[in-house]
Design a protein around this ligand. Sequence first.
Ligand SMILES: Cc1cc2nc3c(=O)[nH]c(=O)nc-3n(C[C@H](O)[C@H](O)[C@H](O)COP(=O)(O)OP(=O)(O)OC[C@H]3O[C@@H](n4cnc5c(N)ncnc54)[C@H](O)[C@@H]3O)c2cc1C
Ligand code: FES
Length: 264
Amino acid sequence: MAENYYVPFKSEVKDIIKHTELEYTFRMGYSGFVLPGQFFQVSIPHYGEVPISVSGIEDGVIDLTIRRVGKVTAEVFEREKNGALFLRGPYGNGFRLENYKDKELFVIAGGTGVSPVRGVIDYFASHADEVKGLTLVAGFKTPKDILFRDDFTRWQKTANIILTTDNNGGDSSYKQGLVTEYIPGLEVKDFGTAQAIVVGPPPMMRFTVKGLLEKGFAEKNIWISHERKMCCGLGKCGHCRINDTYVCINGPVFNYEQGKLLVD
Ligand SMILES: Cc1cc2nc3c(=O)[nH]c(=O)nc-3n(C[C@H](O)[C@H](O)[C@H](O)COP(=O)(O)OP(=O)(O)OC[C@H]3O[C@@H](n4cnc5c(N)ncnc54)[C@H](O)[C@@H]3O)c2cc1C
Ligand code: FES
């Protein structure tokens, strides 16, 4: 574990899981308390530093599922098993499981948006008696973009899983349609308490939240994770600041009552 939470520490790449050409999970050595939805600042000297959410938590190990988009993430993809990355964190508030316990929980996630919420789904799929039903609607662009395939197989034993693709490429074994198309059909018993978590690219989050509100969900029962560009991750540099809110320390997970005020 890092002795000083602000100082980067060297972490060994224990394993690399290649989901697609552009998305790999790096299984990193880490011992310490961390919540799903929290993030680490991942760095490589001379290249830079990027915030990455924790996608899995196990004894002595955390998973970081990374999409290769630019300079730093491309360099991260050059690492091999037994190589190393520098990490600092965990930062941010994360998803608090107690907000969802004993309630119906609906998770709607798009693409790599499944990563930050994977720990929440994993927990309630394996402790099904702690929620009054778990539904996951997960959307990916095409079948070859689907992440965490083994997890979906495991989760569907105890949860209602709707896995969809924007375009199934003619393979009818995959559902086709945007995640928003499945919202009207969700079976909700009690809108007073039912909780929804929405994570994904900004347009997907905007239309999903709109669909949930139209369906009858209360703003206070919707949770979003806000991926704003960050620098220090510590509430010091102001990069992530919107009015009086620092996304890096007050978020990235927000209740929609507050989160709706943070849309740029
Ligand atoms: C709290 C938080 C959690 C994140 N979790 C993950 C994660 O789990 N997995 C993952 O792959 N990525 C995650 N990201 C996004 C990730 O930090 C960026 O993709 C990364 O910083 C890009 O760095 P780069 O040097 O590779 O790309 P650059 O060369 O800096 O940029 C390449 C492209 O990526 C875009 N980009 C840069 N930063 C961001 C950003 N923060 N959000 C969206 N687009 C960006 C740029 O505008 C540009 O178009 C997260 C971001 C935040 C703020
Ligand atoms: S990233 Fe520096 S204040 Fe939030």
